[in-house]
Design a protein around this ligand. Structure first.
Ligand code: ADP
Ligand code: MG
Length: 316
């Protein structure tokens, strides 16, 4: 049986930190990322790809704000869906062109994905996730007044030190998981749950409603991986390993570790909350729910790590 791997791509897979995010830059990064993906395909893995959307959603939010005297601004759930289409398209196009040149016929598609969250998630009380551009205090307070944004000072002493913050609730269910499953069975390469999925809550009458919130893409990727019984959850970022004593002189990369060890390090606070923390949390959840292994490594080490030769590998 071919193994099913869910691959969570970090921001650097689509846009490098120093880049503006032009279409040429993004396609060039996606092409490099796809080099890794086609190698995994050649190794015989069935693949579902998920990805972050921070920079793309940030830019689209600016477009909503700046052009709203010309055309109506769209809310965050709709912006999230736009980025799923945008990034999904870049991967579809790049992979399709590659396989076409190799004479291979592999179906590749993107699933616009909603992810169910709970209305009583504590993050709705005290939003934690900064989104969009930085503002001066005056600009931030004006947006709070005009648009009821929750704004916070996130970079004290900078000229523009304020940002909008939105809730980052825990993901519970992939609404389109049956569709993703059907596509796995049809042997497609699938891009799903981009940007952590579009957060939706269930109303009393059972209808779903989009929310102005952002789900962590690594945590949503785990829910996706569990929902399709994936064998491996592969989280690709810009570092080769999760490290303990991060930033200290006795810093040390983690290789193959058990879930118990990972939980202990997580509790001891070795992984930063907005970056490595959710990756390790998601990796632990996947293995605890019955997945064979989770891997955290850099994009360029993906293939090595699948062969057990590098990265942080979490097993039962
Ligand atoms: P992505 O876009 O891939 O989600 P993030 O910036 O969210 O990227 O997470 C990767 C970053 O996590 C690394 O670049 C590193 O700066 C940071 N990080 C925080 N804690 C650790 C740790 N304990 N070990 C390794 N990297 C860590
Ligand atoms: Mg991240």
């Amino acid at each position: 049986m071919k193994k099913l791997v869910v691959i969570a791509l970090g921001g650097n897979a689509i846009k490098q930190a120093h880049e503006k995010g032009t279409v040429e830059e993004q396609f060039a990064n996606v092409a490099e990322t796809c080099d890794q993906l086609v190698q995994m395909n050649a190794m015989g893995y069935k693949m579902i790809i998920t990805h972050g959307n921070g920079p793309q959603a940030g830019n689209l939010l600016i477009q909503q704000e700046e052009a709203n005297t010309l055309v109506p601004a769209q809310p965050m759930d709709v912006v999230g869906s736009m980025t799923q289409g945008q990034i999904g398209y870049m991967f579809q196009n790049t992979l399709q062109n590659y396989f076409m040149q190799k004479g291979k016929n592999i179906p590749i598609t993107t699933v616009v994905t909603q992810v169910l969250v709970k209305e009583d998630d504590p993050d709705f009380e005290d939003p934690s996730k900064p989104v969009g551009p930085f503002y001066t205090k005056d600009e931030a307070l004006r947006l709070k007044e005009e648009k009821s944004y929750v704004v916070k000072e996130v970079k004290p002493n900078a000229e523009k030190s304020w940002r909008r913050v939105v809730p980052s609730p825990e993901p519970f269910e992939i609404v389109e998981s049956n569709c993703v499953q059907a596509l796995v069975e049809a042997r497609a390469i699938i891009i799903a749950s981009g940007g952590g999925g579009i957060p939706v809550m269930k109303n009393k009458d059972g209808t779903l409603e989009g929310l102005e919130a952002v789900i962590d893409k690594d945590k949503a990727g785990n829910v996706l991986a569990q929902s399709v019984n994936a064998d491996i959850y592969l989280i690709l970022t810009d570092v080769e390993n999760a490290r303990i004593n991060y930033g200290k002189p006795d810093e040390k990369p983690l290789g193959k570790i058990t879930v118990q060890e990972a939980e202990k390090y997580l509790e001891e606070g070795h992984f930063l909350a907005g970056s490595m923390g959710p990756k390790v949390t998601a990796a632990i959840r996947f293995v605890k729910a019955g997945g064979k292994k989770s891997i955290i490594t850099s994009l360029s080490n993906a293939v090595n790590a699948l062969e057990g030769k590098s990265g942080t590998i979490i097993v039962k």
